[in-house]
Design a binder for this molecule. Sequence first.
Ligand code: AHR
Length: 638
Amino acid sequence: MRSTLHLLIASLLSAACLTASAQTPAHLTIDTGTIAHPASPGLYGLMTEEINHSYEGGLWAELISNNTFKGTWDGVEGWGDVVKGDAQITQSMDKTDGPSTAIPYSLKLQIASASKGNEAGVRNSGFWGIAVRPNTTYNGSFYAKTDTDLGAATIRLIADNTGDVLASTTVPMHTGAWSQYKYTLATENVPTSSTNHIEFTVAHPGTLHLQLVSLFPPTYDNQPNGNRPDLIEKMQAMHPHFIRLPGGNYLEGDTLADWYNWKQTIGPLVDRPGHQAPWSYWSTDGFGLMEFLKWTEDLHVEPILAVYAGYSLKGQHITPGKDLDPYVQSALDEVEYVTGDTSTKWGAERAKDGHPAPFPLHYIEIGNEDEFDKSGSYPARYEQFAKALRQKYPQYKLIATTPFKVMPADAPDLIDDHYYKSPADMFALVHHYDNAPRTGPKVFVGEWATRSGSPTPNFGDALGDAAWMTSMERNSDIIKIASYAPLLVNVNPGAMQWPTDLIGFNALTSYGSPSYYAQCMFGAHMGDGTPQSEVTGIAPEARFFYSATISSGTHVLHLKLVNATSNAQPLDIALKGLGAGSHSASLISLHGATFEATNSITDPSAITPADSTVPFTGSTLNHTVPALTIEVMDIPLQ
Ligand code: AHR
């Protein structure tokens, strides 16, 4: 009893102390006329890979799942029979007959009986549903082969629950060799929903082979084989400067055979064999290297091109030397495909693929997370790639994926550091780079995230992320580029492999997590110089963080303030160099009631930024950062 009372008094006293100290303003001094070091205006970029159905069933707007009929031990996932009336049909895989050498197999439908009103065929439910919207045109295609006169195929979009036909069309088919057929489906006044499927049926008996079945809704910028507009728009709001592509583990593959062989991901879809991706599902490579590059164009950003460097996730590696040569050549060819003019072999190939103009490039990353290669082969593998890349492309900066015990003679320009942390560990990490050497390779934080929420970060994660961003900004004289990972998650049960991803979506809609909004706020307000600054009156262990950068072109101070405590934090902000008279700062504020508070697919806007203005006079701004709040303040300096 005595000890309980004692504890109670102690906790009341400590709460009183906390409140008292929280109410005492801290002093933040920023000398707006003294730039301590340069900041990296292009700091923020994007990173994801084929994980969590980021592309297949995500960004890539294709609506048909498993559209190349990849079989698993469960059968041909995603596809079922349609049997109307007394029709009869048998489905099987024909492993010897397909529309191309890349896809030499197909779904074989043996229709024993079918007639008008008694149709037979197949159905596909898309990626956890097919989003259907009113007054919308969908463009589709499929490859088929039949030696029987099956008449026309009927294609219908159908509501799962009511059986209502939402759109339908017929496509006459002919007998003979494999052919590609195109179709459109147009809806009228139908409800918006995703509980729908598509059916392909015929009304005559016979045998039909099907392959590469496709259906696209309107895409971003109406690009063929393009992207989901809502996801592109969400990424644009982050103001990114680059996309690190294609991965991540996706670059490496589980085994040597599963490496990201980019040459098999370009050209007509029918010439792409697809490959086993490391995150447990098959990639058709319908979203291949060209689609990655066009994604950078949708966002007006540059690729950071990661080239496969001969290590696979299960621990195998290619021996440096002549065994590695073909992979080095592949990397050289890949850079030529991305950047070469049309007089080069691979630049011409890119033009053939519909993009004569080269893509901009500044950075090439050699491998991914090669610290996991316990054989110790990375230094030699890195050097073999670096030598060839530097010789042919001296203009590009090279990124190594792990620090070296002995720095190679031709040192990398940057090292890629990855951080996945709990909120508490992320708060503890914020001074990691403050005293890091300013000589030697710069830093690419190619993957980072505060992780506790699932499927997307909660507000506590956003606080950790914002604290970490203040740290990266403060150190952006050496941290030149950084990308959160992973970016995307399909939130349907079974779609996710990696909890805590920035943007969640299902077939119909998408939402930004609190961390997403924090990144939008930070990314849109990043300067090119870090002014001299100092804070006093805040204990070093307190969870209060800030960064200040100045845009030299616009003369704006971007001040980021992060209060990860449950007490408001008053600040006297002395802005040395700011003139007398009245000023007006713009303020964006993101607040969550608790660490656990979050957004979700059903409550997408629980936590969103709020805009306001902060008028003040003279060079001192008195401002209180509310508890559990992330703020970005723009202060015009003239
Ligand atoms: O971002 C998810 C994974 O985390 C990446 O594929 C890998 O590089 C890292 O281990």
